[in-house]
Ligand binder design. Structure first.
Ligand SMILES: O=C(CO)[C@@H](O)[C@H](O)COP(=O)(O)O
Ligand SMILES: [Fe+2]
Length: 214
């Protein structure tokens, strides 16, 4: 089953609890939560204080995407929300084995993300240790960017390896996902689709979700 994880970055923060309620009624499976530190990416979003409010309003699970340098410094601050997935960037840490162990011990799914210029080959040794591979289809840092089609090839490559080795890793894709790009990433093997602007910019979230995941 294909799952949709609308990115709260594109929601109206003036009425966050209402947005969360609306997107859940519209069919969201997960809430994608983008944490940006102004170091790993050239933008700052929000951190645990805002996620506390999100977690209180949400009935659906959280899918936290950490775009922060040295995420090992802050894992506990996000694991306390018991996210379904806590995802770190491969490029952001030299402590990946410890990061994976800490997330797993806390009971959340382990997510690992790669930027557009990072090849799938770089994370192959980690695929049997994680639950989620997040393939970025834009440079991380901002919502509303154009989908980079080379992500399709990367998803296919990762999917082929996962199937060949009978692994349980799900592939998530994030950036520029809409009704045009979603069939391409689904065909390549993505199972969780993140979409921000393509959903939250629309008057009907349910219709927007329906157009993306059918
Ligand atoms: O992680 C990121 C951006 O860094 C994403 O989750 C975006 O927030 C997705 O937004 P759209 O590209 O769907 O507008
Ligand atoms: Fe994201």
């Amino acid at each position: 089953m294909i799952q949709i994880a609308p990115s709260l970055l594109a929601a109206d923060f003036g009425c966050l609890a209402e947005e969360i309620n609306k997107i859940e009624l519209a069919g969201a499976h997960l809430h994608h939560v983008d944490v940006m530190d102004g170091m790993f990416v050239p933008n700052i979003s929000f951190g645990p204080v805002v996620i506390e409010a999100i977690a209180q309003a949400a009935k659906k699970p959280l899918d936290i995407h950490l775009m922060i340098e040295k995420p090992e410094r802050y894992l506990a601050d996000y694991l306390k929300f018991k996210p379904k997935y806590l995802t770190v960037h491969f490029e952001a840490t030299t402590e990946l084995a410890n990061v994976v162990a800490t997330i797993r011990e806390a009971g959340s799914g382990v997510g690992l993300s790669i930027k557009p210029d990072t090849p799938v080959a770089a994370i192959i040794p980690w695929l049997d240790k994680i639950d989620l591979l997040l393939v970025m289809s834009v440079e991380p840092g901002f919502g509303g960017q154009k989908f980079q089609p080379q992500a399709i090839e990367k998803i296919s490559e990762a999917k082929a390896y996962i199937e060949e080795h009978d692994l349980q890793v799900k592939i998530e894709v994030d950036g520029g996902i809409d009704a045009i790009t979603s069939p391409q990433v689904i065909a390549a093997g993505a199972e969780i689709l993140v979409a921000g602007s393509a959903i939250y910019s629309q008057s009907s979230y349910a219709i927007a979700i329906e157009k993306i995941i059918g």
